[in-house]
Design a protein around this ligand. Structure first.
Ligand code: NAP
Length: 306
């Protein structure tokens, strides 16, 4: 007989893993599908210091590994596959992957977000040749070299602090006169002698033959152009939801963030969204984990009330 899961979670970051934990703890027949590495964005974050209890050398990789192990111990099954198509309407929902098609009574969409591009000339050409979007993955390559970081949010500033452990210099280039990052991160960065700031500035162009050599920077107030020597350039200008699969099927805002109610319900009965993919103010591990827990709990109620 064809297997029908109680819930299928799409995405294996903190939102999906927490949904898996809560769903399988409630004895729901639970499958989690992830196309890349389990752990999501947080698995590539060096230090987690704002998830309660995450003190003393708590890396993103360790935290996500533990989250996965915990969900697995309660019975969540995991598969590594890319979801190609979803049928969300009706009591039984269908998820088509490359290798297999799955059926389920409920779906929890937790596919997260991916880095936005900086939008400067030669960014794509020099991607992987000095231009990067992940400090944990690539910091090693820039030992004692000159590093630039683009952006002024939590990601840019926390990763600049991390990159300063490797680079000779770290120059943060931010488009406004003030940083967006939380004050405690700003204070830490301002105190670090290796970190310099170029404010009110945007990167126009990356230059380099084989590898990145320099960045052309424009002062947005004066229009003046200057060139900064850079061996590495880390781009942290925000994230966009990975939600193309649901275009026209689920209600979203203009950016493509999925709209839910406070119980993580989308406009389709039995379909929930959790974590960075949904419209929300605070995108953190703690809020993703909470979303996952709420979504799984409501998915269980939904099945019981059917
Ligand atoms: P973000 O908060 O959206 O900040 C993006 C930064 O990039 C902003 O400073 C923005 O400038 C700048 N920016 C946007 N588009 C740009 C462009 N085209 N050119 C140049 N600069 C551009 O994104 P994030 O820092 O990645 O953080 C995303 C979410 O994750 C946030 O909710 C954040 O709190 C969370 N997060 C938390 C932590 C932590 O708690 N330790 C760490 C990482 C991320 P403006 O300031 O002018 O808008």
């Amino acid at each position: 007989m064809e297997h029908i899961y109680d819930t299928i979670i799409i995405g294996g970051g903190p939102a999906g893993l927490s949904a898996g934990l809560y769903a399988s703890r409630s004895r729901m027949d639970t499958l989690l599908i992830e196309r890349a590495e389990f752990g999501g964005q947080v698995a590539t974050t060096n230090e987690i210091d704002n998830y309660p209890g995450s003190i003393e050398n708590c890396t993103g990789a360790t935290l996500s590994k533990r989250m996965k192990q915990q969900a697995e111990e309660f019975g969540t099954k995991f598969v590594s596959e890319e979801v190609l198509e979803v049928e969300l309407e009706g009591d039984i929902k269908v998820i088509k992957c490359k290798g297999k098609t799955y059926k389920t009574k409920t779906i929890i969409i937790a596919s997260g977000a991916s880095p936005r591009l900086g939008g400067f000339k030669n960014e794509i050409e020099l991607r992987g040749k000095g231009v990067s979007y992940c400090a944990t993955c690539d910091a090693d390559f820039f030992e004692d070299l000159d590093i630039a970081v683009i952006g002024g949010g939590d990601s840019a500033i926390s990763e600049a602090i991390y990159l300063a452990k490797f680079g000779k210099t770290v120059t943060v280039i931010h488009r406004r006169g003030e940083l967006r990052a939380v004050k405690s991160l700003q204070e830490k960065a301002f105190k670090n002698p290796k970190i310099k700031f170029i404010l009110d500035a945007v990167v126009e162009e990356a230059k380099g033959k084989e590898m990145l050599e320099s960045l052309v920077i424009k002062n947005v107030k004066t229009g003046e152009l200057s060139e900064l020597k850079a061996d590495g350039c880390f781009v942290f200008v925000g994230y966009l939801p990975i939600s193309e699969l649901y275009n026209g099927k689920i209600t979203m805002n203009d950016r493509g963030d999925v709209i839910t109610d406070e119980n993580m319900r989308t406009n389709i009965p039995g379909v929930y969204a959790a974590g960075d993919i949904r419209v929300k103010l605070l995108r953190q591990v703690i809020t993703a984990a909470a979303d996952g827990a709420i979504a799984a709990t409501h998915a269980e109620h939904y099945i019981e009330n059917k």
